[in-house]
Design a protein around this ligand. Structure first.
Ligand SMILES: [Zn+2]
Length: 301
């Protein structure tokens, strides 16, 4: 953060604020309770284990839905020590939140809101944890970055790793301020949107408002689309993952999300970036903007 502040001639405090924007915004949403304020970072993410993919590679995929005016960027990070990283981030945020590294570790994320979220708790921020996950050499190390200590706010992390053919794992880690819940892929596939799978197990209450329909619908729909993969009738590859991310069932609150004119203009969200990652090859394909209107570009570590 000091480096970014120096390089951008910005105050460190302002850069720090950008790096805790997840906590600031989310806990405000939680505080206003069930008012029709949108949950931010609405996303649809999924992952497939080697047994569920054409080339037996671990694949992670995600649409990141956010305020259309906020543009992100992809970073290639080549540190002197530690893994090289290819990731998506927002200006001013250190490291990335969706991406992969040269150790075959990959990350996709979903925003979650619980009644226990409170930025004033001042624990290690969400975006710092994402940075740590993408700096990890092993899946175990990456998962430890999520579970260690308490969190100010809730979030979901889909973390995978594949270093060689014949291996590879994915764990979905739901996290609340004082608890975490690891979910394993079912029949090689895992999917997540913006609600807890079992809030009671985490000792929290789900905060869902106007977004309720969207996250529940997107969850049902992505799982429906993944059914042939789960059943072994089909295998997933990058192209098929891209097709799933372009799905418009239930539009505008679809997997490929478009602004909902029923909401006030500043509460409309859309898919801002769409990403498909192969953790074995280190290849990442992404669209800036909706995947239905932009073609996927190939990026390498
Ligand atoms: Zn679309």
């Amino acid at each position: 953060m000091e480096g970014i502040a120096l390089g951008s001639e910005t105050k460190l405090l302002e850069i720090a604020a950008l790096n805790v924007r997840y906590e600031l915004m989310y806990s405000q949403f939680a505080k206003v309770g069930l008012k029709p304020l949108p949950v931010s970072d609405g996303c649809t993410a999924f992952g497939a284990m080697p047994e569920a993919t054409v080339r037996r590679h671990v694949l992670l995929a995600q649409n990141w839905d956010w305020i259309p005016q906020v543009e992100g960027l992809f970073l290639k990070i080549r540190p002197q020590t530690g893994p090289q990283v290819l990731c998506f981030t927002e200006a001013g945020v250190v490291g990335g939140k969706i991406g992969l590294n040269s150790e075959g570790v990959g990350l996709a994320i979903n925003g979650l809101v619980s009644n226990k979220d409170d930025w004033e708790r001042l624990r290690k921020p969400f975006h710092v944890r994402c940075w740590e996950i993408l700096n990890s050499r092993t899946l175990k190390e990456a998962l430890g970055k999520i579970t260690s200590g308490e969190r100010s706010c809730s979030a979901n992390f889909i973390v995978g790793q594949q270093k060689k053919l014949g291996s590879g794992r994915i764990v979905d880690m739901e996290s609340a301020p004082q608890s975490t819940l690891a979910l394993s892929p079912e029949q090689g596939v895992v999917a997540h949107t913006n609600h807890f799978s079992d809030p009671d197990k985490l000792g929290v209450k789900q905060v869902l408002d106007e977004e309720r329909r969207s996250t529940l619908h997107r969850y049902r729909r992505i799982n429906q689309l993944l059914t042939p993969i789960r059943g072994g009738k089909e295998k997933l590859n990058m192209t098929k993952a891209e097709a799933l991310l372009k799905d418009h069932d239930g539009r505008p609150e679809s997997v490929c999300r478009h602004p909902n004119s029923a909401f006030p203009e500043d509460e409309r969200y859309q898919t801002v970036v769409s990403v498909v990652m192969d953790l074995y090859t280190g290849q990442l394909k992404a669209t800036m903007g909706s995947p239905c209107e932009n073609s996927y570009q190939i990026l390498h570590l």
